[in-house]
Ligand binder design. Sequence first.
Ligand code: ADP
Length: 195
Amino acid sequence: MFNLILFGPPGSGKGTQSERLISQFGLKHLSTGDLLRSELSRQTPLGVEAKSFMDKGMLVPDEVVIGMISSALDSNPEANGFLFDGFPRTEAQAEALDKLLKLKQTEISLVLSLIVTEEELVKRLLGRGKTSGRSDDVDENIIRARITEYHKKTSAVADYYKKFDKVVEIKGEGTVDEIFDSLSAEIEKRMYIGQ
Ligand code: ADP
């Protein structure tokens, strides 16, 4: 199995690149943001709980997203590998993910970390807010809160994986094609030898 984490701050292009990477490399896409929004639109108890955090730009509690990822892993026993997008976002989530993958006799193969300046992030998210229908993209205060959460809790996840030498940083500015090519090159280097 090849298990990839696409890592980066809100607005760094994870969603856009994930769509292309899963079709190129045959991975199963697991986006906690998408899973949460689906719970929210179905108004499940989990969705109702998550909404109060998401509306403030705060992270949803670890046990909620870990449970969601655990069942997503169990419901895809045939997958050749997973692309994790927006997860893990805290060190506790990273440790939990390692344990879940170990139970399945696999592990994280690579963490690709998209690097984008803060001003570019805010610009992109406000732009996306005009068309995405996502309420957390419309308000600049919520956007800044998400970026602050990223610096406070999520950037530590990259340090966690750096200890295991799994992180490669990729410039997240340029055209979508250029960034896709840089990401793909790193995957290709590892996918066919380590599998
Ligand atoms: P973005 O990366 O653009 O901020 P996402 O779609 O990944 O957006 O997530 C939207 C919101 O969902 C986050 O601001 C957060 O409230 C919640 N969320 C998503 N993934 C996680 C996670 N792994 N842990 C905690 N909260 C999460």
